[in-house]
Write a new protein. Structure first.
Length: 470
């Protein structure tokens, strides 16, 4: 155990050092962008409106941009990231940061060079940052990417559903799968592959044996955590006499966390309502004009501790969409969705009226998405731990919304929701709120449930076992 703990500690320190180097490099690139903009002013004799200052004063805003990068998780492990997310995590925080500091400039708080200085520097900075980070990403992918993955699962169908997660991931390639009935073959072939993914159904002593074998041979193991493992992750170690124990507290927020969260919810919701009021008014008029029915509809959802409430949304489907079908989840190409509804769902504008639910105290800005009693009853039968997500208020956005897709399976979303419940901090809420802007721009995140993924079936229909590969 000491050896394993030492490996994790050293790996964490190394990642910390790499992230520190990347952060310093980014600050340098931002500062260079400012200096280059000043140089352009001088070369092209562009008239200045404010004071000419010592360029080294611009080190302060260069360093401040790092805070925005942290909110967008720019420095998370490159080896599990894709290039699109990496670039989004550069462009969006730079636009938000430059917009914020430009407002200060236009208000006269920062009277330097030109009022448009930070906007003009933004273009140079984005080009520099994107080029450098793309280069680093491709270098890392060349050195550490395309790991050969074996999926250990019950059968080929389970293997295919898990393999779907890897199809668009440039860091892995699926070599095949190993059914649990052939697990005895693993020891003879473990050194031929790089990574072993364990299906959620691989549990107990069999799981322990596989992990021990892979660690012994220096192989990486990916496991899909059980709910109990998520709870252990946040457990505190305690000593009872000469016995070491894990202390796992009940799910939910303490008093101060609830107060902080409530104050944050009210302030930000009122601000967002004020900023989006023109959009709010336009949709109130436009939706009834383009399809029969009111602009806003309400639907009963289940909130904190199982208490029902009425949620408000801009109507994106035809009126009485479930009159004939009963409660059903939206599909990818759902004919019930109106033309304007498809757009407002893609950019999440249909959720705007829920700011009223937040102000009323029925919801929070950040939390697990609320569901209907009809679906919760079904989910509880299949996933007994589903009720744990009801220990916090439901949210307009949440960890599952920024890290998964609308079409992500219930059990995968449940893991993200419970991870949030067990790891809540105010800074985590801020990160989720900022990263929601990134999700809004990625329209594929809002797609409905996939009815039949032919692409997955076509690519994995010849999936092979370890015996076949060997």
């Amino acid at each position: 155990m000491r050896g394993i703990a030492r490996i994790f500690l050293i790996d964490g320190i190394r990642r910390g050092r790499v992230n520190m180097i990347l952060a310093i490099l980014d600050m340098g690139l931002i500062f260079f962008g400012y200096v280059t903009t000043i140089w352009f002013y001088q070369v092209f004799s562009i008239p200045l409106e404010g004071e000419s200052i010592n360029p080294f004063w611009l080190l302060a805003p260069s360093a401040a941009a790092f805070i925005f990068f942290r909110f967008f998780d720019l420095y998370k492990d490159l080896r599990r990231n894709n290039i699109q997310t990496q670039l989004y995590s550069i462009v969006l925080p730079m636009i938000l940061f430059s917009g914020f500091i430009s407002i200060l400039s236009f208000l006269g708080t920062l009277n330097i060079y030109r009022k448009s200085f930070f906007i003009e520097a933004l273009f140079i900075q984005i080009i520099l940052l994107a080029a450098v980070h793309a280069g680093i990403w491709y270098l890392a992918n060349t050195l550490h990417g395309r790991k050969k993955v074996i999926i250990i699962c019950d059968d080929q169908n389970t293997g295919q559903s898990l393999a779907q997660k890897f199809l668009n991931h440039k860091w892995f390639e699926i070599s095949g799968f190993l059914p649990l009935t052939q697990i005895k073959d693993l020891e003879n072939h473990v050194n031929k592959f790089d990574v072993f993914l364990l299906a959620p159904t691989v549990i107990g002593q069999k799981k322990n044996d596989i992990i021990s074998l892979c660690i012994k041979n220096g192989k990486e193991i990916l496991t899909v955590p059980q709910v109990s493992e998520l709870f252990v992750q946040t457990a505190k170690t305690q000593q009872v006499d000469d016995m070491l124990v894990f202390s796992i507290n009940p799910a939910g927020l303490n008093l101060w966390q609830r107060i902080n969260k409530r104050v944050f919810d009210v302030i930000i919701s009122l601000l967002m309502l004020a900023l989006t009021s023109p959009v709010f008014l336009i949709l109130l008029m436009l939706i009834p004009l383009t399809s029969k029915g009111p602009a806003i509809y309400k639907q009963e959802r289940i909130g904190l501790n199982g208490k029902p409430y009425w949620i408000y949304k801009f109507r994106s489907m035809i009126q009485d969409a479930e009159k004939m079908t009963g409660p059903v989840l939206a599909a990818k190409k759902d004919t019930r969705i109106t033309a304007i509804g498809r757009f407002i769902r893609a950019v999440r504008l249909d959720e705007l009226p829920q700011l009223l639910n937040v102000i009323k105290g029925e919801m929070s800005l950040i939390g697990p998405r609320p569901e209907r009693e009809y679906f919760i009853s079904q989910f509880k039968e299949e996933f007994p731990d589903y009720s744990h997500r009801l220990t916090v208020k439901p949210g307009i956005t949440g960890l599952a919304q920024v890290l998964s897709y609308y079409s992500t399976t219930v059990d995968d979303k449940l893991r993200f929701d419970l991870l949030y419940v067990r790891n809540y901090t105010f800074s985590l809420d801020l990160k989720i709120l900022f990263q929601t802007f990134q999700v809004i721009l990625q329209r594929d995140r809002a797609q409905g449930l996939l009815e039949n993924n032919k692409y997955v079936q076509q690519n994995l229909k010849n999936a092979r076992t370890i015996k076949d590969i060997s």
